[in-house]
Design a protein around this ligand. Structure first.
Ligand code: EPZ
Length: 446
C-alpha cells in the first residue's frame, strides 16, 4: 500500500497506553480565520498562541501573496500581521499555494473591501463530503458581489460596493457564518444573519472583530446582527484553546487505556464531549486557572456503549467523532454514531474493521433526529460492537481527524502498523509525532 508521498510513513507499535502531559494551543479553526480578519484592519494585528501547523502556513502564504507582511512576534507563538500594503495576487500563485485548503473562500469579503476584487481557486470536494460553497456565494451576491466563474476559479467583484443585507442560512454553516461576518463588518448598513453557526470559534472571531472596531450583536436563536462601520484597526488577540485537539487526546487516553493531562483544555468549550466521555466510563479531572487543563484517564474497568449524534454547537462536534469511535471499539455493547454534519465522514471505519473492529455503517438515520442525509444514499450512521481486540495493519490516512483516529487505533492494537500519509495530521496537530513520543508511544519513521 502506498501514497504519492512514499516518505510520508510512520510505523506505530501497538499495545501502548498513552501517559503524560500535552499542551494545546490556539484553536486551528479560529487562528486561521483571525489571520484572514487582519486583512480588514488599517494597522498591524498581533495573534498569540498560534500553533505551528500546516493550515497556519497555508494562510500565512496566502496573506503574503496579497502583500500582508507576516512576521514572528516577540513572544513564542506570536504572529504579527501588517496589512498596510495589501495588493492583488497572481492567480496561478494563489492556485498553487491554496492546495486543498478551504480558507481561500474566506478572503472574499476582506479582499473586496480592500481591493474591489477577489480570486477564489477551485476548492474541490474531499473525503468527508462534497463541501459545496453555495451558501457563501449566495451570501456574497446578496451583499452586492458579482461572481464570475472561470475554469481556473472564481473572480469576484463588487462594482457598487457591498451593502448590508438580511440573509438566512439553510444550515448553520461555520464557514458561511464567518463569510458573512468578515464581509458585513465593513459593508454599508446593517446585516442580519439568521440560522447562524454559534460555535465557540465563531464567538471568538466576533471577539477579534469587536477588538478591531466592529459592532456585532449575537441574539438568541442563532441571529447575529452586524452594523457596518467605516474603518477597522488591528487587534491583539489570544485565541480560545483547540477543543478538537483536546478531545482527540482525551479519546486517545480512553482508547489506549492511558492517562493524559491536556494542559490548556477548557471545560466550557467541551461540555458535550465531557458528558459523553463520562457516559462511556472515562474519568476526568478539571483544573481551572491560567495554567489549567483537563486530565482524561481510563478507569481500568470496562467502558460502556453509548449512542451519539454529531451536530452543530452545542452538539457533539463532527471533529470529535473519529477518535471517539476508536474508544467505542473498546466499550461493551452496541454503540451508535449518527453523523449529521458531513455526509461521508465514516469512510475511515473500514480501516478500523481491517484492524479487527466490528463497525457496520448504514444509510438510515440511526439517531433520534432524522438528518439531511437520511434517504440520500450516504452511509452516515455506524453501529460499533465492542469490545474488540484490535490488531496491526497497513493504513492510508484519508483526512486529518480520521488520520488521528487511525494512529490511536494503531497504538491500541496488537503489533506494528504502518500508517501512510501522516503529514495530513500536521495540518491540525502541532508537533504530533513529538507529542506522541513524549507520551510513551513507540513510533518511528521507516
Ligand atoms: C468548519 O468547516 C471546520 N473547518 C471543520 O473542521 C468542521 O468540521 C466544520 O466547520 C463543522 O464544525 C474550519 O474551520 C477550517 P461548515 P466548514 O460550513 O466551515 C454544508 C477540521 O478537521 N455546507 O459548517 O467548511 C457542508 O457541506 C475541519 O478541522 C453547504 O452545504 O464547515 C456541511 O455538510 C474539517 N454549503 C455543513 O454545511 C456551504 O456553502 C457544515 O459545513 C457551506 C457548507
Amino acid at each position: 500500500m502506498t501514497t504519492d508521498r512514499p516518505n510520508d510513513v510512520l510505523r506505530v507499535y501497538g499495545n501502548t497506553p498513552l501517559r503524560g502531559e500535552v499542551r494545546v494551543r490556539g484553536a486551528k479553526n479560529l487562528v486561521s480565520k483571525a489571520m484572514v480578519a487582519a486583512l480588514l484592519g488599517n494597522t498591524r494585528s498581533h495573534l498569540y498562541d498560534v500553533p505551528r501547523i500546516r493550515d497556519v502556513e497555508v494562510v500565512r502564504g496566502l496573506l503574503e501573496l496579497h502583500g500582508v507582511r507576516v512576521t514572528d512576534g516577540a513572544e513564542p507563538g506570536e504572529l504579527v500581521l501588517d496589512p498596510t500594503n495589501v495588493e492583488r495576487a497572481n492567480v496561478d500563485e494563489i492556485n498553487v499555494h491554496a492546495g486543498s485548503s478551504r480558507i481561500p473562500i474566506l478572503f472574499c469579503g476582506p479582499l473586496l473591501h480592500r481591493l474591489g476584487h477577489a480570486f477564489i481557486p477551485d476548492l474541490g470536494g474531499c473525503h468527508i463530503g462534497d463541501r459545496p460553497i453555495d451558501f457563501h456565494l449566495a451570501a456574497l451576491r446578496q451583499f452586492g458581489a458579482v461572481v464570475d466563474k472561470t475554469p481556473q476559479g472564481m473572480h469576484i467583484t463588487a462594482p457598487n460596493g457591498l451593502q448590508g443585507t438580511k440573509f438566512e442560512l439553510p444550515y448553520p454553516s461555520v464557514g458561511a457564518t464567518e463569510q458573512v461576518l468578515l464581509t458585513a463588518v465593513l459593508a454599508d448598513g446593517v446585516t442580519e444573519l439568521r440560522n447562524a453557526a454559534v460555535e465557540p470559534e465563531i464567538i471568538d472571531l466576533i471577539c477579534v472583530l469587536q477588538k478591531m472596531g466592529a459592532i456585532i450583536t449575537v441574539h438568541t436563536d442563532r441571529v447575529i446582527e452586524i452594523e457596518g462601520v467605516k474603518r477597522l484597526e488591528g487587534y491583539r488577540h489570544r485565541p480560545i484553546p483547540d477543543r478538537i485537539e483536546a478531545a482527540s487526546w482525551g479519546a486517545a487516553a480512553l482508547a489506549t487505556g492511558g492517562d493524559l493531562f491536556v494542559r490548556g483544555a477548557r471545560q466550557a468549550d467541551m461540555m458535550t464531549f465531557l458528558n459523553v466521555f463520562r457516559s462511556v466510563g472515562g474519568q476526568l479531572e478539571i483544573h481551572d486557572g491560567p495554567d489549567g487543563g483537563i486530565r482524561f484517564y481510563h478507569p481500568g474497568d470496562e467502558l460502556r456503549a453509548v449512542a451519539i449524534e454529531t451536530d452543530v454547537h452545542p452538539g457533539f462536534m463532527t471533529d470529535w467523532q473519529q477518535p471517539m469511535v476508536v474508544a467505542l471499539t473498546q466499550a461493551r455493547g452496541l454503540s451508535i454514531m449518527h453523523e449529521t454534519v458531513y455526509e461521508r465522514r465514516l469512510g475511515y471505519t473500514e480501516a478500523l474493521n481491517q484492524m479487527g473492529a466490528t463497525i457496520q455503517t448504514y444509510r438510515e438515520c440511526l439517531g433520534g433526529t432524522p438528518c439531511r442525509f437520511g434517504r440520500r444514499n450516504f452511509r452516515h450512521s455506524a453501529v460499533i460492537a465492542g469490545p474488540t481486540k484490535l490488531h496491526a495493519t497497513d493504513v492510508v490516512i484519508p483526512d486529518l481527524r480520521a488520520g488521528f483516529a487511525h494512529v490511536i487505533a494503531a497504538l491500541a492494537a496488537e503489533g506494528c502498523s504502518t500508517v501512510y500519509g501522516v503529514s495530513l495530521i500536521n495540518r491540525g496537530y502541532e508537533d504530533f509525532e513529538a507529542k506522541l513520543a513524549g507520551l510513551g508511544a513507540h513510533i518511528e519513521r521507516p
